[in-house]
Design a protein around this ligand. Structure first.
Ligand code: B12
Length: 210
């Protein structure tokens, strides 16, 4: 079943993929597990694109299928009890990068886990992060990026936070498809997270709620 979803998504069979997701949700399967299988399918899409078996329209289509899957899965990701927010997080995909599916999943998971998230969207210039941190007083910043060029944007964003005198007031986490510990060191971020739950754990730890 798990392999089915990854393979069917990789083959860009939208209706079949959505049916599997609906069936699995109907059977009470863990929503995060379903998302994880979908992510495996996207890895195959990325690989096929890198090997010139797929082209830009295929990437776009895979993104649309994944968005539709996310919409189905979202209502099943439960909200934590209570309305009191744990703390603020400023989040965005860095300059030059427009990938937002991974970002949206992390933002959503932070939100349902009790954080007040200021989502700046995609292709966000460094200064916009700085302005939002100042305005909101958020102690946690999340930078998302899927392209190699995002590493430099992340580094520049963290440098801009430093230049604005805010570096010791915020913890910065980074994430996205290609992010590793090497990249974390290069950018000067405090931590990197492999997936949405890693982002939630980091934010909880830093805000003292974990
Ligand atoms: C879909 C897709 C697109 C779609 C994006 C649609 C959208 N609305 O986001 C479109 C078609 C727009 C696109 C465009 C491009 N893409 Co693209 N794309 C992909 C693809 C196939 C999937 C990405 C995705 O959404 N994955 C699904 C999510 C859920 O992934 P995830 O990693 O599991 O997400 C989790 C973590 O990353 C983490 N996370 C994410 N952010 C953060 C942040 C924090 C703080 C934390 C803690 C965690 C965290 O949590 C997420 C949820 O659990 C990848 C391949 C891949 N394997 O990633 C290529 C890929 C990223 N794209 C690539 C390329 C080259 C491009 C283009 C340059 C193509 C072109 N020539 O135009 C453009 C760039 C446009 C731009 N300026 O950004 C390359 C990048 C190569 C590189 N090294 O730079 C990849 C790797 C494909 C490849 N193998 O060649 N792309």
């Amino acid at each position: 079943m798990a392999a089915d979803l990854a393979n069917i998504l990789a083959d860009l069979k939208e209706q079949e993929a959505l049916k599997i997701v609906k069936d699995r949700l109907g059977a009470g399967e863990d929503a995060l597990k379903i998302l994880n299988d979908a992510r495996k399918g996207m890895e195959v899409v990325g690989k096929r694109f890198a090997e010139s078996q797929y082209f830009i329209p295929d990437l776009v289509y895979s993104g649309e299928i994944l968005k539709a899957i996310s919409e189905l899965v979202r209502p099943k990701l439960t909200k934590t009890a209570g309305t009191k927010k744990l703390g603020k997080v400023v989040f965005g995909t860095v300059a030059g990068d427009i990938h937002d599916i991974g970002k949206d999943i992390v933002v959503f998971m932070l939100d349902v886990n009790g954080f007040e998230v200021h989502d700046l969207g995609v292709d966000v210039p460094a200064q916009k992060f700085v302005d939002k941190i100042k305005e909101s007083g958020a102690p946690v910043v999340g930078l998302s990026g899927f392209l190699s060029l995002a590493f430099d944007s992340m580094k520049q964003t963290i440098e801009a936070i430093q230049s604005a005198g805010l570096r010791d007031k915020v913890k910065v986490m980074i994430g996205g498809g290609q992010i590793t510990e090497e990249v974390r060191k290069y950018t000067g971020a405090d931590a990197f997270g492999k997936d949405a739950m890693a982002g939630v754990s980091l934010a909880k730890k830093w805000i003292g709620a974990g």
